[in-house]
Design a protein around this ligand. Structure first.
Ligand code: NAP
Length: 339
């Protein structure tokens, strides 16, 4: 496994991290089996994946509880637990809330569910326009001092928001959406992170499964699966993205003897101090992990990839549909539409 320090925290983590949103059984088409989920997390650790990313909102506590279960019995010390705070839910709706009181309450609940007395990396899930950033930052700085958390992260923050935050607390990591198809973070988040020694946890490294290469035009998503609303999965875009995946897969096989999945993860790992978040809920999904490790894409490959995307994806779109509303927003989305 390749490893990296999370900013200047002194914490060393694997560069591939396990994403446990689907394990929470919310917005990924229904409830997951607890035994299989526990097995997936333990299988990740056995493969050298030490960073486990979760959040209270992933199944409203369920993902965190399953992570706690999986790490009980001696694995806690081997894992770097990354969880989040700053989203609130009631009656099936979620809102942003990064107030000091909310963060304090969430940290205690996360510690209880995770069965631990410290969180390695605590991340503000989404910026909250109703709470001054320095108040949220000061709360995290206090939690760091108290030893309840070992490092501070933000997620879905812009560079300007990070700059404000850093006036009251250090930032060790940022978590933006970032993958071959979703590159908005290149505008200011990645450069800011590089400049200030901040690790980048890239979420959606497989673009919600598209870049795993197994989704076809015949794939149907069930129940509350977010891809039923994701604009990338609706025509006419869906066909364009599938055609791009097929072309990237052909290129990966010809040039490296690997699949598009390995190419996509390796591409993320080649973009600086990055960590690729890989969402999995079955142990076998992690079988290709080693294919993404120990090699580099050269400039020619990067150019070819960009050419393929430019030629095929005529109408690109980002992951903005996932942004949760602020409190009191008349348009507040039901939980099944926001994450
Ligand atoms: P992702 O990692 O881009 O993709 C997950 C999808 O990939 C799932 O559909 C899964 O299939 C599929 N997959 C995984 N391994 C596969 C394999 N070997 N073969 C075929 N398909 C495979 O999606 P993500 O969950 O959106 O992102 C990863 C993590 O990032 C999340 O779990 C979460 O921890 C974090 N995240 C954070 C935020 C935030 O706001 N901070 C937002 C989104 C995600 P199945 O559907 O069959 O399981």
């Amino acid at each position: 496994m390749e490893t990296i320090e999370i900013g200047t925290s002194g914490i060393i983590a694997s560069r591939i991290a396990l994403g446990t949103w689907a394990i929470g059984g919310w917005m990924w088409g229904g409830s997951t089996d607890i035994g299989e989920s526990v097995h997936t997390i333990r299988s990740a650790i056995a493969r050298g994946i030490t960073l486990i990313d979760t959040a209270p909102v992933y199944g409203f506590g369920r993902s965190e509880s399953i992570v706690g279960m999986a790490l009980s019995g001696g694995l806690r010390e081997r894992a770097v637990i990354a969880t989040k705070g700053g989203l609130e839910w009631r009656d099936g709706k979620i809102w942003r809330n990064s107030s000091p009181a909310r963060i304090r309450k969430e940290v205690e609940e996360s510690l209880r569910r995770l069965g631990t007395d410290y969180i390695d990396l605590y991340q503000v899930h989404w910026p909250d326009p109703l709470v001054p950033i320095h108040e949220t930052a000061a709360t995290l700085a206090a939690l760091l001092k108290e030893g309840k958390i070992r490092a501070i992260g933000v997620s879905n923050y812009s560079a300007a928001q990070m700059a404000q935050f850093r006036q009251a607390a250090p930032i060790h990591s940022v978590q933006p959406p970032y993958n071959l198809f979703e590159r908005e973070a290149e505008v200011d988040v990645l450069p800011y992170a590089a400049q200030h020694d901040i690790a980048v946890l890239c979420y959606g490294a497989l673009c919600r499964g598209l870049l795993a290469g197994t989704i076809t035009a015949a794939t149907r998503f069930k129940g509350d699966d977010l891809r039923r609303k994701d604009p990338k999965f609706q025509e006419p875009r869906f066909s364009q993205y599938l055609a791009a995946v097929a072309a990237l897969d052909r290129y990966a096989r010809e040039r490296y003897g690997l699949t598009v999945l390995a190419l996509a993860v390796r591409w993320v790992l080649g973009q600086g101090n990055t960590i690729a978040l890989w969402g999995a809920r079955r142990p076998a999904q992690l079988d290709p992990v080693n294919d993404a490790l120990g090699w580099k894409l050269d400039d020619e490959a990067k150019r070819r990839i960009d050419q393929i995307l430019l030629q095929i994806v005529k109408d690109p779109i980002g992951p903005e549909f996932m942004a949760p509303p602020q409190r009191g927003d008349a348009g507040a989305l039901p939980a099944s539409l926001a994450a």
